[in-house]
Write a protein that binds this ligand. Structure first.
Ligand SMILES: [Zn+2]
Length: 372
């Protein structure tokens, strides 16, 4: 208890992530008011929990523009093509392409352990963050030795790790993040950032970039459930670092087929205590603070399913006290709903990267519990 109080005191004394001038600071504090969010999870009583989740999930789907995407895709038949599987050391790797909406083709890798037909396997979906080729890196494909060294240093090969641990593994190219799945930005109008170009087009059209990413991953999951052999549907993992971690939180919040979620270096509040917006513009959900709540409330939609959030103490994109506050909010929800052991958050000692040694043992313990 003393240690806990000391650590909370240390957090309280940590300087804010950024300081704004007095005018901006007052303005930002006034408009970013998580305490007045209408669907925040803190005050929901256990008896109203299911109802709250239904309401919040429905509001989230609305804010993501998923109905608009569905409307735009009405009558579209999702199709999947595939290339020849290639044998690797202990597994096969096969490129697939799914047309998730008319003319939009999203490639994804499927990695299968050589012995996957011996017994039902867990399924892992590993979603990339920013970085045009990182989805290939996740699956163990590198354009150069330099690219491989960088990916290895950041442990950015979760697809390879998953298949070596016996998971049937899917690694999708994520829209706006993978070069192959991004829209052009002629004249650099959107800062030569494909994810910002995607966001602007989406917002004008009643969508969001996150909504498109969720849509694509759900269509891939539909295909996986309908097609892949020997998958244990009780053991479905979604994980990603950075932008892929943000996608992990939204996917798991909305799609209850996912039984374990592992967002890395991403799961914090939308804004710092001083009003700084942590995530990239492409993660923006219009009106989410004023009509729903904080990202920690979105995380509360994952309960009672398993959730482990991993963070880096030296992560320059995030701020330890703000992350701690968000995590403690989620922890209270899991405690309140009687499944405290289904949530954990861990701190790695380094920066913005995967921490496989922190996440995999917890994930595998969770799957063992699910199988009991
Ligand atoms: Zn972005």
């Amino acid at each position: 208890m003393v240690l806990l109080l000391l650590s909370q005191l240390a957090i309280a004394q940590t300087p804010p992530f950024v300081k704004f001038n007095d005018r901006d600071s007052e303005y930002l504090r006034r408009i970013h008011r998580p305490d007045r969010a209408p669907l925040k999870s803190d005050k929901v009583s256990p008896g109203r929990w299911t109802r709250w989740q239904r309401q919040a999930r429905s509001k989230l789907e609305e804010l993501l523009g998923l109905a608009q995407i569905a409307e735009d895709c009405r009558g579209h038949q999702v199709t999947v093509g595939m290339s020849v599987a290639k044998k690797e050391n202990g597994f096969t790797r096969q490129l697939h392409v799914i047309e998730t909406e008319p003319g939009i083709q999203i490639p994804f890798w499927v990695l299968k352990p050589d012995d996957y037909q011996v017994s039902p396997r867990p399924l892992a979906i590993c979603a990339q963050g920013h970085g045009g080729n990182s989805w290939n890196n996740y699956a163990g494909i590198f354009h150069s030795e330099d690219e491989k060294e960088k990916a290895d240093a950041r442990k950015a090969t979760p697809g390879l790790e998953a298949v070596k641990r016996g998971y049937v593994t899917i690694v999708p190219a994520v829209r706006g993040l993978a070069t192959v799945a991004s829209i052009a930005d002629p004249k650099g109008r959107h800062g030569d950032q494909p994810c910002r170009a995607q966001l602007v087009h989406c917002l004008l059209a009643g969508r969001t970039a996150i909504g498109e990413r969720v849509w694509d991953c759900q269509r891939i999951l539909d295909w996986a459930f309908a097609t892949l052999e020997n998958i244990d549907r009780r053991r479905i993992l979604f994980t990603g670092n950075s932008g892929g971690g943000v996608l992990t939180v939204y996917m798991a919040a909305l799609d209850r087929r996912i039984t374990v979620a592992a967002p890395s270096c991403s799961f914090t509040s939308y804004t710092s205590s001083t009003g700084f917006v942590f995530h990239c513009d492409c993660c923006l959900i219009p009106r989410v603070q004023s009509e729903l709540g904080d990202l920690s409330d979105i995380g509360a939609l994952i309960a009672p399913r398993y959730l482990i959030a991993v963070h880096g103490k030296q992560d320059s994109l995030h701020h330890l006290p703000d992350v701690e506050n968000a995590m403690q909010r989620v922890q209270k929800v899991y405690q309140k709903t009687g499944v405290a052991g289904h949530f954990s958050y861990r701190w790695g000692d380094a920066g913005h990267k995967f921490y496989p040694e922190l996440m995999w043992p917890w994930i595998e313990r969770s799957f063992e519990e699910i199988q009991k």
